[in-house]
Design a protein around this ligand. Structure first.
Ligand code: NAD
Length: 259
């Protein structure tokens, strides 16, 4: 029998985790959760001010954190960040492809440039970052890639580009999982529902209340909820789980009367 042998670490302690779009929102919550599990953290984000703030906060909590100003949709910038991280940490064990932008616009009002930017940031970036870290993961015969999708991939009025980008994230995840299944690398995806991030706080009370009612659990998710799911996929012990999509949405993917 052709059995793949891996040199998987025993725990998350000391592993190096990259979180894209990690300077705020869900990404920051994911970074904090992985740090709590003992990971060393690298935040890749293009918002320099938010990166500084995130670094200060995590450092004050005793986290080993490095920040990189990177546009994750730009190949050269991502490759440079990988080279710098490998120079200082010698390994990259976990990649969380979290950076993303919204894209609320009806198709009738959407031009090709708008469509392309959403696809570029939400989808191309996941391909670019995965491709940049995979050779080193394959060499180590260990790696975890976790792609952040969205419940919206099921289809949302006024979000065609966003939903399409997140649908493609699911296909990318499944295909990568198959390509790397024999190399000790798992690739999984998470589909968050509505999560409380800086964007959510800008909504009016009325809109927030209405959104609340669309969640069967009648609560809005927290970045930590997504972080916990990421932690599960990242664990070395989750080695037999690959190519999967996990909804973290308070039951909102189930349909039913309250949706
Ligand atoms: P956010 O806007 O609060 O944070 C996104 C982060 O990504 C920011 O720090 C931003 O600077 C960074 N970023 C964006 N484009 C980038 C680029 N090209 N290069 C580098 N950094 C970039 O958003 P969020 O709500 O935390 O969303 C995070 C992820 O979760 C996204 O992929 C989003 O689609 C997904 N998601 C969010 C929700 C939600 O309700 N908030 C629901 C489902 C899915």
């Amino acid at each position: 029998m052709n059995q793949t042998t891996t040199t998987a670490p025993a725990s998350l302690q000391g592993l190096v985790a990259v979180v894209t779009g990690g300077a705020k929102g869900i990404g920051f919550g994911i970074a904090r959760e992985l740090a709590e599990a003992g990971c060393r953290i690298a935040l890749w984000d293009f918002d320099e001010a938010a990166l500084r703030e995130a670094e200060e906060t995590l450092s004050s909590e005793g986290v080993d954190v490095k920040t990189f100003k990177v546009d994750v949709s730009a190949v050269e910038e991502v490759e440079a960040a990988v080279a710098r991280l490998l120079a200082s940490h010698a390994r990259i064990d976990i990649l969380v492809n979290n950076a993303g932008i919204g894209g609320d616009r009806l198709v009738s009002k959407m031009d090709l440039a708008f469509w392309r930017r959403v696809i570029e940031v939400n989808l191309d970036s996941q391909f670019i970052c995965a491709k940049a870290v995979l050779p080193q993961m394959a060499e180590n015969r260990f790696g975890r890639i976790i792609n952040i999708g969205s419940r919206a991939w099921l289809g949302n009025r006024g979000q065609a580009a966003y939903a399409a980008s997140k649908g493609a994230v699911v296909s990318l995840t499944r295909s990568l999982a198959l390509e790397y299944a024999r190399k000790g690398i798992t690739v999984n995806a998470i589909a968050p529902g509505i999560v409380e991030t800086p964007l959510f706080e800008t909504l009016t009370d009325e809109v927030r209340q209405n959104l609340h009612k669309t969640v069967p659990m009648e609560r809005i998710g927290q970045p930590q909820d997504i972080g916990r799911a990421v932690r599960f996929f990242a664990e070395p012990g989750s080695s037999y789980v690959t190519g999967q999509l996990l909804y973290v949405c308070g039951g909102r993917s189930l349909g039913g009367p309250s949706v």
